[in-house]
Design a protein around this ligand. Structure first.
Ligand code: GCW
Length: 707
């Protein structure tokens, strides 16, 4: 009897207790609450069957399947329109529309044959798929769908993920398990997860993916691996996603039997042409090559006394006839170059403006150093009007606490995109460089270094999914608002409970500033642990090169702290438009958030708050820790609104983050205090342990560091 009761009990509670683990991402399609359900159900009662305006292409098939799946979850299984539904039919249509381009869509409520119908239309089937995802998002975020008239066209042409995934399934700077690309079993077996990967990306408009690490192996270009990439391309194609490969510049030597990879050597050019032809035979819509050349030890044209232009154009000529592109990274710096590392990308690329082929894009990191918690925008934005210039953001949080810190990157992306380069006067924002409108460029790119891995929750943490999502939304519209995006994500990910949405969004919105505060406040940068970049390491010095050390960037000493990039220092400020550079160089104008990025200042320098620089720094660290404290408390109070498993995972991570924020604060205060030799401001606690203790910590197995 008792056993029976137990079994019965388990059966009864099972549906409610169904654990969510984050696998469904923002595409959960859980039932709309009873009060709102009938209204949505009435609008979405039936799906029109394929017809002449929407033939059954693979993309339209998946669009219909997604619509059915979404509606079934949200409001109940839709009927087939042919079965005589009256109002509330949803119809997909491919029809010419001048203003929609290749990928835009329109969603309108119209009377079709006397029936109130929602028509999702586009020039091409992929636009329809994007429209379907948007329509489902409208319901998921509880917007009215009664009388719709909505048009959306992506502003950036290539919206792509860059996977830093290795062929052995390790992921450089990956904190969410192994690579999701199972190279060994491909092409014989394509994991079902690849379809969900494609769905998720299509739902946010991502239309390209680079499958392998920019620190590339030539093996990716061998026939066996081309076949593997082709199997992925076949899987992704219905979702509008093209595959790209990182190309190792020295591949002609490693797999082509040549003695050189000199781009001006005809045999080398012939190798690449033949290689491109071979790839396009297997993958007719192959996107092209991504190249990291002459950077951090990677081979490149400079090995032969040639230039970035020689290298990029030679590859561009190989893929050009097939419609492919070459994305050439501007993340270059050399240890033979003693100049401020922040200046090297600009110095190397700016002189080549106008010399790259039309199908070359120069991909520039958001800032001039390396994906720091905060960087001023890269000076190349706005400085190369005659070249295609793409944005590279890092979605994976190499320098922002890995996947265990809750740091919503929307505000970081937004801050960079909204920054004004002043290239053509006020309003010349980075967003306008990226979307091509500033200099009328058509081939535009926004890339994000992926944070996706084999973890069930894809991104290593529930909240890191928001960074993937926000990246996609901002690539579609670089002028979108990080807060609006956070609201949508939260509703879709955790549900439309107002008592949950507002606190979660508020928490997310301040989380990046908090990380800046507890790691590198007031413009400090690159103070992380050596190599793996885990935890604080402001004392890191020595080693093969100065610009891999923390002391190079902070320049702390008895006299003060900060990197002088004004005309009296490295003069990096001169790489910006005059008005921007002058402001950065001027203590009265520069924003304090960038203070120590541009200035070396005495410990007693007065901040706007009236605090000395030293006191202000200590307070910033403390503020960051306090913010994480607050997040922990807020989240604990949200337990009633979040399923237990995801709630616990987030709570565990916040505890880790709280401890690590404190560690960052204590270690930094201990280290910099050894130079400032000033007391802590009143009320601030001394670090818990000695400086020697913090310096002694070693993390040989920190994730994301292996090849
Ligand atoms: O930030 C640095 C990373 C490297 C990375 C490099 C790059 C792929 O520490 O791991 O290498 O940037 O962007 O090329």
């Amino acid at each position: 009897m008792r056993v029976l009761a137990l079994i019965l009990g388990l059966v009864l509670i099972a549906p409610a207790a169904r654990a969510e683990d984050g696998y469904d991402l923002w595409l959960r399609y859980r039932p709309v609450e009873a009060s709102a359900r009938p209204a949505y159900a009435a609008r979405a009662a039936a799906i029109a069957p394929p017809g002449s305006s929407a033939p059954d292409t693979p993309t339209l098939k998946v669009a219909r399947a997604e619509l059915e799946r979404g509606l079934t979850g949200l409001v109940g299984k839709p009927a087939s329109a042919a079965a005589g539904a009256r109002d509330g039919v949803i119809q997909l249509a491919v029809a010419p529309a001048k203003d929609l381009g290749d990928e835009g869509f329109r969603i309108r409520t119209l009377a079709v044959n006397g029936r109130k119908t929602t028509v999702i239309s586009a020039n091409r089937d992929i636009g329809v798929l994007y429209g379907v995802f948007r329509y489902l998002e409208l319901i998921q975020t509880r917007r009215p769908v009664d009388s719709l008239d909505l048009t959306s066209v992506p502003k950036v042409k290539l919206r792509m993920l860059n996977h830093w995934d290795n062929l052995n399934r390790t992921v450089e700077r990956g904190y969410s398990g192994q690579s999701i690309f199972d190279w060994w079993r491909l092409p014989g077996h394509v994991d079902a997860r690849m379809v969900d990967y494609a769905r998720a990306n299509a739902s946010i408009g991502v239309n390209g993916t680079v499958l392998n690490n920019v620190n590339a192996k030539a093996d990716s270009l061998t026939p066996a691996y081309i076949a593997k990439a082709a199997a992925l391309a076949d899987t992704f194609r219905p979702y509008g996603i093209r595959v790209y490969l990182s190309a190792r510049f020295s591949a002609p030597i490693e797999i082509g039997g040549l003695k050189t990879a000199d781009p001006t050597d005809p045999a080398v050019a012939a190798f690449w042409k033949a290689k491109a032809n071979e790839i396009y035979r297997a993958i007719p819509d192959f996107g092209g090559f991504l190249v990291k050349a002459n950077s951090e030890g990677q081979p490149g044209p400079q090995d032969y006394g040639r230039t970035h232009v020689d290298g990029a154009n030679m590859l561009a000529d190989a893929v050009g006839p097939h419609g492919g592109v070459v994305i050439w990274r501007a993340f270059v710096y050399s240890h033979e170059q003693p100049d401020d590392r922040a200046k090297q990308g600009y110095s190397e690329f700016k002189p080549f403006d106008g010399q790259f082929r039309d199908n070359v894009v120069i991909q520039v990191k958001n800032g001039a150093i390396d994906f720091q918690p905060r960087e001023p925008f890269h000076p190349l934005f706005g400085a190369m009007p005659k070249s295609n210039l793409g944005m590279e953001f890092q979605i994976t949080k190499e320098y922002l606490g890995f996947s265990t810190h809750l740091v919503y990157l929307g505000p970081l992306f937004e801050e960079t995109l909204r920054a004004d380069t002043m290239a053509h006067g006020k309003g010349s924002t980075v967003a306008k460089v990226v979307d091509g409108t500033l200099d009328d460029r058509k081939l535009t790119v926004m890339a994000g270094v992926a944070n996706i891995g084999s973890d069930r929750n894809w991104s290593g943490s529930q909240f890191d999914q928001a960074n993937w999502y926000a990246f996609g939304r901002l690539a579609w519209d670089p002028e979108a608002s990080a807060r609006d995006i956070a609201i949508d994500w939260t509703k879709m990910t955790f549900g439309d409970e107002p008592r949950l949405v507002k606190p979660v969004v508020d928490m997310m919105m301040g989380s990046r500033e908090a990380a800046v505060d507890y790691m590198t406040p007031l413009g400090l940068h690159h103070q992380m642990g050596e190599g793996h970049h885990y935890g604080p390491g402001p004392w890191v010095s020595g080693g093969p090169r100065a610009d891999w050390t923390s002391v190079y960037y902070a320049k702390a000493g008895p006299d003060g702290i900060g990197f002088d990039r004004t005309p009296s220092g490295s003069n990096a400020t001169a790489q910006y438009a005059p008005a921007v550079g002058a402001c950065f160089a001027d203590l009265k104008c520069v924003d304090e958030k960038d203070l120590l990025w541009f200035h070396h200042l005495p410990w007693d320098y007065r901040l706007k708050s009236g605090d000395t620089l030293w006191d202000g720094m200590v307070k910033h660290y403390g503020r960051g820790v306090a913010y994480v404290d607050g997040m922990e408390k807020t989240w604990a109070g949200l337990a009633p609104y979040v399923d237990a498993r995801r709630h616990k995972e987030v709570a565990d991570y916040l505890k880790i983050q709280r401890d690590e924020a404190q560690w960052w604060r204590d270690a930094s205060v201990a280290w910099f205090g050894s130079f400032s030799k000033r007391p802590l401001p009143p009320g601030e606690k001394a670090p818990a342990r000695s400086l020697e203790y913090y310096e002694s910590l070693k993390f040989p197995w920190a994730p994301g560091n292996g090849q």
